[in-house]
Design a protein around this ligand. Sequence first.
Ligand SMILES: Cc1ncc(COP(=O)(O)O)c(C=O)c1O
Length: 425
Amino acid sequence: MSTRAFPVEMLRQRFPALRSAGLGVFFDNAAGAQVPNGVIEAVRHHLIEHNVQRGGRYGRSLAVDATISRARSRVAALINARRPEEIAFGMNATSFIRMVSLAVGQMLAERNEIIVTDLDHEANVATWLALERMGAKVRWWHMRQDGCLHAEDLSAVLGSRTRLVACTLASNAIGSVVDVCAAANLAHSAGAEIFVDAVHYGPHGVIDVQALDCDYLVCSGYKIFSPHMGFLWGRYEALAKLPTFREDFIPDEPPGKLEAGTFIYENVAGMAAAIDYLAEVGRAVTGRSGPASEGSIREDCRTAMAAIREYEQGLSRELLRVLRDCGAEIYGLRGEEQVRARVPTVCFNLPGLAPATVTKAAAAEGIGVRDGHMYSPRLMRRLGLAVESGAVRVSLAHYNTVEEVRQLGAVLSRLPRPVTSVTAG
Ligand SMILES: Cc1ncc(COP(=O)(O)O)c(C=O)c1O
């Protein structure tokens, strides 16, 4: 599908925040996306009609149980889980990574090596490093100069003592996509498990846990057009073995063993509605009409995410072109022909300008972009950047447009640059 064929204007109408005057051009999607009206309505409906505790025998409480169960099936369809019980809901991705890492930490024996990467968000690094206190040995799968993780380099650090590989599906800072399929294959051949951080990839492409053949995968719903919440997927047998904290009367079975306490039911209702929205996008891009059926949700979501991925490659191309024309130093994959290996998240600096100067100038023109280390301090150091200042990040979503990208380009090209002295020879 060409960029032109993607129904972006129609979809933008579905996001009330994009129409509110205060938001301007929103290019900070990696920190959390906007939500479509169906999500707002689902949260509102829950708070008015179903705002009670689950597990009671009265109507509204049964309705909460049904909402959670429906949301589990929706998420299972979105990521192609084998069964809904493999999905657990909670606060965010970080707390789930911590939960799984603590559980893995209690099961270390001969196999006590954990492999982490310097491309990842710190949530999927520090949580594993914390296991050193429990006897784990951490080994590093390093990013290469091209801003990518290469499977061959993973082979070199995997061994008979590797317990688990923790890696991202896409960098939240520089946008490179990781070949998790190859990593999972290597990890499993060495008898290890693989934990995938799909938080950043989630809004940009199809996630298929069976095709990836991973063991655990975590997402933040609020990056995938839902309100603030997170979810964990794990292979049922892997989840069943994890020692987790739970009250004694809670059965030692997924998903209950991973959901101690109360979570944000209204936001879980919103997550289900976000998936319904994606299914609608799938139907819209194929021109199908009529209401979605339960059975078609997976296929509709897959179609939507494939179309989003393709549309966003056009956005990436334009963004890279605009930044190059402004003389930006782009980190990681910078070629317009490399957009298939990335998502539309780009970190850059303008020579002679502090990242904060650039983002403040953009904000003054109504464009929301972010500066800093993007919670990836190790990556910043690898890029030769000071962690305190880092870089400027532009992160796009499927409701952004080429025109908005050009607007940013116009603002950046107007920025006064420090004069560099030229010495006559
Ligand atoms: C790649 C990645 N992993 C993990 C996280 C942490 O997610 P959460 O805020 O849901 O804990 C983020 C948040 O930005 C992220 O981008």
